[in-house]
Every structure is written in C-alpha cells, then in structure tokens.
Design a protein. Structure first.
Length: 85
C-alpha cells in the first residue's frame, strides 16, 4: 500500500513541478492539462495518494478523519481548478 501511495504522490508532485498533467478519461480519451489546471490536478493527485496512508492508523476515527480531510481538500482543489478556467 505504501508503494502505491508513493507512486501516486510522485505523479502529482511531477505534475505540480512541470505544470503539465497527462492522463486518460473514462472513455479512453487523452487528457492534457497545462499551467494552473495541471497544478490543481497535481495537488488533487497528491492528496488522494496521501489519503491512502490512513489505513496505517490504529483507531478507526483517526482513519475516518484523515481520509475525510484529504478528500475534502482534494475536492476543494478540483472546485478551484474549474473556477480558474
């Protein structure tokens, strides 16, 4: 699980550093984002990757709090991305 978190966070950090995001949509179409949209998508990817680390907490309420905060910040990142365009 930790290696998956590291890979997802690294992909998001790379999108933030290069300001370029490349991915695929559900229907297989290519998605390319540049500039601020790539930064917000990178932040989203990093937060989703960090949320998976919640499985290592001992208590259930800590897991729920960690994942809820990560996903709420990730959702905020997506909202800001759509508002910026």
């Amino acid at each position: 699980m930790s290696i998956i978190c590291a890979v997802v966070c690294a992909k998001g950090a790379l999108a933030i550093a290069t300001q370029h995001h490349y991915g695929t949509a559900k229907n297989g179409a290519e998605v390319i984002l540049d500039g601020p949209q790539a930064i917000y998508m990178g932040a989203f990817t990093v937060l989703v990757g960090l949320s998976l680390l919640g499985v290592w907490f001992n208590k259930k309420h800590h897991v729920v709090l960690w994942m809820a905060s990560c996903f709420s910040l990730a959702s905020l990142s997506i909202v800001i991305m759509f508002r910026a365009t």
